[in-house]
Design a protein around this ligand. Structure first.
Ligand SMILES: Cc1cc2nc3c(=O)[nH]c(=O)nc-3n(C[C@H](O)[C@H](O)[C@H](O)COP(=O)(O)OP(=O)(O)OC[C@H]3O[C@@H](n4cnc5c(N)ncnc54)[C@H](O)[C@@H]3O)c2cc1C
Length: 395
C-alpha cells in the first residue's frame, strides 16, 4: 500500500519526506544501537560514517553534477535533526565533514580543486574538517596567529589550531583533509586545503574527556612550515571573510538542528516516562509540576523548530545574507534544548542521571551548541549590531 505523505513546514516536499524517512530508519537500525558505547568510550565510528556516505548524505548540498545529492539547507537540517535525536556527537562529526568541509569547499573551490577532492570526501573515503579556532583566538577570529607565506609555487603555513572536530579519527590518526584559515597579511585571511600527508603537518593533542558530543573526536593540529601547493588556496588571498560569512550561516543553522533533534528526543523520553512511572498511586504525568516540564518543553521546542525551518527555507547556500536569523535561531534553539534536556532529567528523577536513560547523553551534549560555531554572546553581539545599525526591518 502506498504511504500517504503530508507535507508541512518541517517536511516541505516529497524529496524531504523520503530523506527524513531514510535517515530515521538508518538512525533506528544503525546509529542508536552503537550510540551509548561510542559516547562512553569517546570513540568515533568510522565504519558507520562511511555508511552515511553510501546513503549519499556526505555531499548532501553539492550539486549532482559534482557527485552530490543536490539538496538544500532544509535537507541538511533534516539530516542533522534526525542524527542528533540519537547520537549528537555523531551528528557533530557529520556537520564538521558535510557542512564545514564539503559544503564550504564546494562553494569556494574551482573545478580543478573539485575534481581533486570532492569524490574522496563525498564517498567518506577521506574525513574532512575545518580549522578556524586557535589556542589564543576563538570568538576574536581576526586575532588568529596562523600565517601562510608564499614562496615560489608553495605556501608555508605555520601555527596551531585547536578544538577541531574530525581533527582526528582516533588517538593516533589524524583526519584526512582540512580547510585551514591562515593570515596572508595583517588583516587578510585566506583559506587553504591541507592534506594530512603534507610536509610540516602533524596531529597535536587529541582532546579527551569532553563533557558531551563524545562520539566525535576533537583535536589540536600543528602546522610547522607546512608545505601547501599554491593551487590549494580557495579563491584568492584575502577571500576567507566571504567564505566564513557564507559557511557560518549554514553552520549555525545545522547546529540549531542538532539542538532541536536533542530536544525532540528528550520530550519523547519525558512523555514515555511520565506515562509509565507511578508515584502516590498515579502516573507522574498527573502532577502539575511534571505537566509544566512537559508542556513548557513542547511549546519551546515547537517555537525553536518552526524558527529553524523558517530560516532554512530562506537560506541560499550560495549567498550569505541571513546573519540575524542564523545567529538568532542558534541562540534560541541551543538554550531551549539545554533547558529541555534539563527538564527531561528532572522528570526522570534518579534514572535520568544514568547513561542508559539517554537523557544523560542529550543533557551533556546540548551545552556544546551554546559554545561551538559561535558562543551565545557572539550571536547576541552580531545580532544587535545588525539589528541596530543597518535599518533592519523586523516586520
Ligand atoms: C567540542 C567542540 C568542537 C569544536 N569544533 C570546532 C571545529 O571543528 N573547528 C573550529 O574551528 N572550531 C571548533 N570549536 C571551537 C569553537 O567554535 C570555539 O570554542 C568558540 O568559537 C568559542 O571560542 P573560544 O573557546 O576561544 O572562547 P573565547 O572566544 O575565548 O570566549 C570565552 C568567553 O568570552 C566570551 N566573549 C568573547 N568575546 C566576547 C565579546 N566580544 N563580547 C562578549 N563576550 C565575549 C565568549 O562568549 C565566552 O563566553 C569547537 C569547540 C568545541 C568545544
Amino acid at each position: 500500500m502506498m504511504k500517504t505523505v503530508s507535507f508541512d513546514l518541517f517536511t516541505p516536499t516529497q524529496e524531504h519526506s523520503i530523506l527524513r524517512d531514510t535517515v530515521r530508519d538508518f538512525v533506528r537500525n544503525e546509529v542508536e544501537p552503537q550510540a551509548l558505547e561510542h559516547d562512553i568510550k569517546e570513540k568515533f565510528n568510522l565504519d558507520l560514517f562511511r555508511k552515511v556516505g553510501d546513503l549519499g548524505l556526505l555531499g548532501l548540498t553539492v550539486p549532482q553534477e559534482y557527485g552530490g545529492a543536490g539538496m538544500d539547507a532544509v535537507a541538511s537540517v533534516i539530516v542533522h535533526e534526525e542524527l542528533a535525536s540519537s547520537d549528537p556527537g555523531f551528528a557533530l562529526a557529520y556537520l564538521a565533514h558535510s557542512v564545514l568541509f564539503v559544503n564550504n569547499f564546494y562553494q569556494n573551490s574551482n573545478d580543478f580543486q573539485r575534481n581533486k577532492y570532492l569524490s574522496k570526501v563525498i564517498s567518506g573515503q577521506w574525513i574532512g574538517a575545518m580549522c578556524m579556532t586557535e589556542p589564543d583566538a576563538g570568538t576574536d577570529v581576526m586575532s588568529m596567529k596562523t600565517k601562510a607565506e608564499k614562496k615560489g609555487d608553495f605556501y608555508y603555513i605555520t601555527g596551531r589550531k585547536t578544538y577541531i572536530t574530525n581533527g582526528a579519527i582516533d588517538s593516533n590518526t589524524p583526519g584526512d583533509v582540512f580547510l585551514v584559515y591562515a593570515k596572508t597579511g595583517e588583516k587578510e585571511i585566506s583559506t587553504f586545503v591541507v592534506e594530512k600527508g603534507f610536509e610540516g603537518f602533524s596531529l597535536g593533542q587529541v582532546l579527551k574527556n569532553k563533557t558531551g558530543m563524545r562520539s566525535s573526536i576533537t583535536a589540536e593540529l600543528v602546522f610547522d612550515n607546512c608545505k601547501v601547493p599554491s593551487e590549494n588556496i580557495l579563491g584568492k588571498e584575502g577571500d576567507s571573510l566571504i567564505h566564513m560569512m557564507k559557511n557560518l550561516e549554514v553552520e549555525r543553522l545545522t547546529l540549531a538542528a542538532i539542538s532541536t533533534g536533542i530536544a525532540a528526543r528528550c520530550i519523547e523520553i519525558m512523555i514515555d516516562y511520565s506515562n509509565n512511572r507511578y508515584a502516590f498511586g498515579k502516573p507522574i504525568r498527573e502532577f502539575g509540576q511534571i505537566q509544566r516540564y512537559i508542556a513548557d518543553s513542547y511549546s519551546k521546542y515547537m517555537a525553536a523548530r518552526s524558527y529553524l525551518y523558517y530560516v532554512a527555507s530562506k537560506i541560499d547556500l550560495n549567498k550569505p545574507g541571513h546573519r540575524v536569523d542564523t545567529d538568532g535561531v542558534k541562540l534560541f534553539a541551543s538554550t531551549v534544548a539545554k533547558e529541555i534536556a534539563d527538564n527531561a532529567m528532572q522528570v526522570l528523577g534518579g534514572y535520568g542521571y544514568f547513561a542508559e536513560a539517554v537523557v544523560d547523553r542529550m543533557w551533556r551534549s546540548a551545552k556544546l551548541i551554546e559554545i561551538g560555531g559561535g558562543t551565545i554572546e557572539a550571536h547576541q553581539k552580531n545580532m544587535t549590531k545588525d539589528l541596530t545599525r543597518y535599518g533592519y526591518k523586523i516586520r
